[in-house]
Design a protein around this ligand. Structure first.
Ligand SMILES: *Cc1c(COP(=O)(O)O)cnc(C)c1O
Length: 409
């Protein structure tokens, strides 16, 4: 099955009860069972079934199965937001004294989370040059996970996932990859060796910006050593499902960041058109980036699809079908950045990516407002930088709009 066919047909059966082509919205808090024995078996994981929507739900499960299959994982856990997915993916294996090794050019919320984890005795080191060798050199006896994004948002760096995973696995460390910006349309990190993939499905998977959600997908491939991951020891009897079994029976249900069935339904609908949307979005981004890179009023246009990007060659090797739909522009000053944002006709000034419409934001004064100057620099956030999440508008309209706004500088 090729990608667009898989979006519609892989792990997607008509609803058993009615034949409905979409799994209906099972908008119920809990699920009744005939006998006490039956519910006991469900709670004991001895029989499949549903008990309470904080734990699982048929609409949410249908969405999980589809995304797990697309990413090539053995299972998935959908949750309330992308940040819930990132938090759970990491906390499921960490304890006091452990260290995270992370790429530096990542989503501001994730940097914020890693900062918060210091209060729980979990420290994060950052690698700023994106080279697999640099990650390997910074692994210590306490490193328990490596975290990267497939396209750093907003740095737009692209790390060689295969080389990084080989290096990490030599040291017994798993790699968690946030695939929000590239989506499985461009790359499936598990095929390249990643152990766990996370998404903010609020972005390209949902596609229309109509809900917040997250998902994590486990490859089932990582060999969890009892000594280094003691909290997993009682779940090792589940074999390759150890990580998911621990999460489902522990943090996921106990933290309570479950996905709403309604949002799972909307994200399932969005998922079906991911392929055609990404194709057009990446095409628009490539054309807009090329055109703006020739505009003498812009100091720099950063896009992995441009040969001028230091990450172009890795992206070319690693992605198929495009280079994503986010680009950044350096305008020379904060005033210039604000001027361009305020003079765009079509682009919404908004804290999001992956909508159908073009979105822009000035990250330094918004998403990164609470980051230190050093953190901003490491994340590729400058005072004069605008992030553009390219949408589905006709490319001629987008080009005219940006040319006219930039032309006023
Ligand atoms: C938006 C985003 C997140 C957080 O997702 P939410 O759904 O907003 O919680 C995490 N990672 C990346 C790369 C994102 O763009």
């Amino acid at each position: 099955m090729r990608f667009n066919t898989a979006l519609l047909h892989r792990n997607n059966r008509a609803d058993g009860a009615t034949g409905a082509t979409q799994t209906p919205i099972y908008q119920s808090g809990a699920f009744a069972h005939e006998t006490a024995e039956e519910l006991e078996e469900i709670f004991g994981n001895h029989r499949p079934g549903f008990s309470y929507t904080r734990i699982n739900n048929p609409t949410v499960e249908a969405f999980e199965r589809r995304v797990a299959a697309l990413e090539g994982g053995i299972g998935a856990v959908a949750c309330a937001s992308g940040m819930a997915a990132v938090s759970l993916a990491a906390l499921n294996i960490l304890k006091e004294g452990d260290e995270i090794l992370s790429a530096s050019g990542i989503f501001g919320g994730t940097i914020g989370l890693f900062h918060d984890l210091r209060d729980y005795g979990i420290r994060t080191r950052y690698v700023s040059d994106g080279r697999p060798e640099s990650f390997e050199n910074q692994i210590t006896g306490r490193t328990r996970l490596i975290f990267i994004e497939t396209i750093g948002n907003p740095k737009l760096d692209v790390i060689d996932i295969r080389a990084l995973c080989e290096a990490a696995h030599r040291h017994g460390v798993p790699v968690i990859v946030d695939n929000t910006a590239a989506t499985p349309f461009l790359v499936r990190p598990i095929e390249l060796g990643a152990d766990v993939v996370v998404h903010s499905v609020s972005k390209y998977i949902n596609g229309s910006g109509n809900s917040i959600g997250g998902i994590l997908v486990d490859s089932g491939n990582f060999a969890w050593e009892e000594e280094r991951y003691p909290s997993l020891s009682q779940f090792l009897k589940f074999g390759k499902f150890a990580y998911l079994a621990k999460l489902r029976n522990g943090l996921f249900r106990n933290i309570g960041s479950c996905f709403s069935p309604f949002n799972a339904f909307l994200c399932s609908l969005g998922l079906e058109t991911l392929g055609i949307r990404m194709e057009r979005l990446c095409g628009n981004a490539q054309k807009l980036a090329r055109q703006l890179s020739e505009n003498p009023k812009l100091a720099c246009v950063n896009y992995p699809g441009l040969e001028s990007s230091p990450w172009h060659r890795t992206a070319q090797k690693q992605f198929s079908g495009g280079y994503g739909a986010i680009l950044t522009l350096r305008t020379g000053s904060k005033e210039n950045a604000f001027f361009v944002i305020d003079h765009l006709k079509y682009a919404c000034n908004i804290a999001n990516i992956g909508d159908l419409r073009t979105l822009v934001i000035h990250p330094a004064s918004t998403i990164y407002a609470n980051s230190s100057p050093a953190e901003k620099e490491d994340a590729g956030v400058y005072e004069d930088l605008i992030r553009v999440s390219v949408g589905l508008e006709d490319i001629e309209d987008l080009m005219e709009d940006f040319e006219s706004a930039v032309g006023g500088l």
